[in-house]
Design a protein around this ligand. Structure first.
Ligand code: F6P
Ligand code: MG
Length: 509
């Protein structure tokens, strides 16, 4: 179409390259251009991984957290991972293993070049992992020609962790090497105060005063539930990807679990369905205890808090089985793998992690660990690791890309999603207004037949914020003015509930 002008002058221009002259039309009598707002959310049929229901966050949005992550945080994290592997390399003696590890480190170097040079996203090499087909299908369908900066942030960030895994998974001896393992163990050992605060209280099975009336007992249990929900929630504020430079004192203050501190922190829960969550959970005992699933987030202290909460749910009879869902390989620095799970339970029972602890403190941790291991033996606690959790898909696609997992979760009485990344995946990680209802923001995870009851326990560490109620947009705007970094500080949180949709999940051909 010919260029147009609205200033009344008709122009003719000839380019110095000999291109034909350009004619500019005069449209001064037409109505002026209107500021048309695109209709959000996108209609469901037009939603896909490159086009989320609301505008996507992308790494090229300068001054956004997506940009800061893609530009600086991920290269820093990768640099530290290379340092870790190099440290391991320096302790090796057998030539075959040394050479194999050098190749892994070289591949990490290639990834660093791709990341900092903003290369196009290439397919994942077939390394026999169960998720390769899912990754390559998504890349081929939606991200051909896309690079680290212009693909949606969530996908590009997840892709980086998959490539990091690939650097090891195609090796002979280092398939299962975890570049973050040292860091994960280290933060737990630096969480001394909070660890013993909880173990001293829960080493013995808890008892509610027998002399109380049934109503009073229920109230005592409700109060415990609410406090432990907060312990479980705030355990998420200490993920390693953000704590790289924190001092021990700063970590301590984040992990404070004292009663006063919990009361004060409840006001920082900006969308708070904790009381509705209790109403749901307390009914489970009537059917002799329900099945509750935890889609886990971080290892170490957060996992420990999750387990304290899960222990309470079992002891109180509210749940008769807890299923924990972890990752199959190192993911977003601190996420739980099977090895982290085993490490935690075994270190509690046999470890020497806290040299300054008193005998009573050490014993409290040991007893707690023994009880938790027993739950595993009795099948009351089950650890699982479905490949879907380490893909770039959001949970809007869970029912279509992992129907077996959706069916499995649909049989749960409550699925608790922990942490920021799971929340980003539930909500498609896009710029939905803060007043958007949680059930709308999670799309098919709330509306598909068979959608389970879902709770998201998340400290806010990235841009997407929903579920703040009808005044949500105003609350969010005011916070942005008063505390510009409020969405990434981990100071605020949400506990949001979706009531699910009963029914048999649709079967996919
Ligand atoms: O790198 C950004 C990020 O994905 C943020 O969403 C979050 O701050 C962090 O990494 C992971 O947080 P969490 O462990 O709570 O999912
Ligand atoms: Mg995490």
């Amino acid at each position: 179409m010919a260029p147009v002008s609205t200033n009344g002058n008709e122009q003719s221009t000839a380019s110095s390259t000999g291109a034909p002259p350009r004619v500019t039309l005069h449209l001064g009598h037409l109505p002026s251009k209107k500021d048309i707002k695109a209709p959000w959310p996108r209609t469901p049929t037009r939603v896909d991984p490159n086009n989320p229901p609301w505008p996507a966050y992308r790494g090229y949005h300068e001054y956004s957290f997506a940009h800061a992550t893609m530009q600086s945080r991920l290269p820093t994290i990768l640099g530290k991972a290379i340092e870790d592997a190099t440290r391991t390399l320096n302790g090796q003696s057998l030539e075959e293993r040394v050479v194999d590890l050098v190749q892994c480190i070289d591949r990490m170097g290639d990834l660093m070049i791709d990341l900092s040079g903003n290369a196009k996203l290439r397919p994942i090499i077939d390394d026999d992992e169960a998720d390769v087909a899912l990754w390559n299908k998504e890349i081929a369908k939606y991200f051909q020609g896309k690079d680290f900066m212009n693909a949606p942030w969530l996908f590009a960030e997840a892709y980086k962790y998959r490539r990091l895994h690939e650097a090891f998974s195609i090796s002979k001896f280092w398939r299962d090497y975890d570049v973050f393992y040292r860091q994960k163990c280290d933060t737990f050992s630096r969480s001394t105060d909070a660890v013993f605060e909880l173990s001293l209280r829960f080493a013995e099975p808890f008892k509610i005063n027998e002399s109380l009336s049934p109503k009073e007992k229920l109230e005592a249990e409700r109060l415990m539930f609410l406090e432990l929900t907060q312990v479980c929630l705030w355990g998420n504020s200490t993920d390693l990807s953000l704590l790289i430079n924190m001092t021990e004192d700063q970590i301590k203050s984040l992990q404070s679990t004292g009663g006063d501190s919990l009361a004060a922190t409840e006001k920082n829960i900006l969308g708070n369905d904790m009381h509705r969550l209790w109403d749901h959970v307390r009914q489970l005992r009537e059917k002799t205890g329900g099945r509750i699933d935890f889609v886990l987030d971080n290892a170490g202290f957060e996992l420990y808090c999750d387990c304290v909460y899960a222990d309470f749910l079992i002891q109180s009879g509210l749940a008769n089985q807890i299923r924990f869902h972890g990752k199959r390989y190192p993911w977003f620095v601190s996420d739980v793998t099977k090895k982290d799970w085993e490490w935690l339970l075994n270190t509690m029972v046999y470890g020497q992690l806290f040299p300054k602890a008193s005998d009573a403190e050490r014993e409290s941790l040991r007893r707690l660990g023994i009880r938790w291991k027993q739950y595993e033996k009795d099948g009351k606690w089950v650890y699982e690791q479905h490949p879907f959790w380490c893909t770039g898909y959001t949970f809007w696609d869970l029912h279509s890309e992992a129907p077996d997992l959706f069916l499995h979760l649909s049989r749960s009485d409550l699925v608790i999603f922990k942490g920021d990344l799971n929340h980003r995946k539930l909500t498609y990680d896009c710029a939905a207004p803060a007043s958007t209802q949680f059930e709308v923001a999670i799309g098919p995870m709330a509306s598909s037949a068979g959608a389970p009851v879902i709770a998201s326990l998340r400290t806010i560490k990235s841009d997407v914020v929903v579920g703040l109620g009808p005044q949500g947009d105003k609350i969010s705007d005011e916070l942005t003015k008063a505390e510009p970094g409020w969405k990434i500080s981990g100071k605020y949180a949400v506990v949001l509930l979706s009531e699910g949709r009963p029914g048999e999940p649709v079967r996919f051909a």
